[in-house]
Design a protein. Sequence first.
Length: 292
Amino acid sequence: MTAVERLEGSPRLDPVLGPLRRAVYALPLGDARDVLHGRWVGHPVHPLMVQVPIGSWLSAAVLDLLPGQRRGADTLVGLGLVAAAPAALAGWVDWADLRKPQMRVGLVHAATNITAVGLYAASLGARLRGRRARGRLLGLAGLAAVGVGGALGGHLSYRQAAGANHAEHVSAVVEPGWHPIGDLADLPVGEPVRRRIDETSVLVFRETDGTVYALADRCSHMAGPLSQGTVADGCVRCPWHGSVFRLSDGWNVRGPATSPQPVFETRVVDGRVEARLVRDPAQAHRPAPRPV
């Protein structure tokens, strides 16, 4: 077992996870919270935003090796410090909606990056006071801390699937064509229920007028069971982290989910409900047909 895997399973950091999560939730961000999640681009923006400070600091390290590049190196260190603030805020907003093993790794990831910011702030201060050698050494130490933080971020993204689309696999495992999901009479009116198509769980919701909607049940954000969520105003709210999806087309109306939910067309044949996965994204944003 690697050190990061041990970190995932260790409860030592758990006493601080709850208070930190509540503090992030308490930030008066409003609609900016979804902007920081990256709902507007369809994937998390934190990995994109960190490219600016990382690139600036790496470039500063290169300029430190070249003669006559003091001003450029100092400017890049300062630019990295400025860009680190919004990147960190986006990271904390994402972190608050993770599972506990991910939060443990994410907390150490954040602490490592905070250390890097402190080292670069000290580096800039030393540079401005004319202590070039000290400033360069502090910058190299900061770059090393950034590298460790980046490795932990990679573990979060690729090993623990933080920020990944947890419903992306649906189009690969659901066979084309219509699939039976049960008798219309067995579907309660106004209550989300779980049914299965092949090996995929599907949320099914029957309106009072007989319209039947169907979405992939596992939330694209962190695979929460949408069938255990609440339905209001034509949308379902995930019970885990509050992502809201439109029943008619799976559109993620509110985050933290950054990806729409796979949606199924429905029809009723001889009293039985059938569903077919909508595979063309251009066709997904339309109301599901009424039973026929």
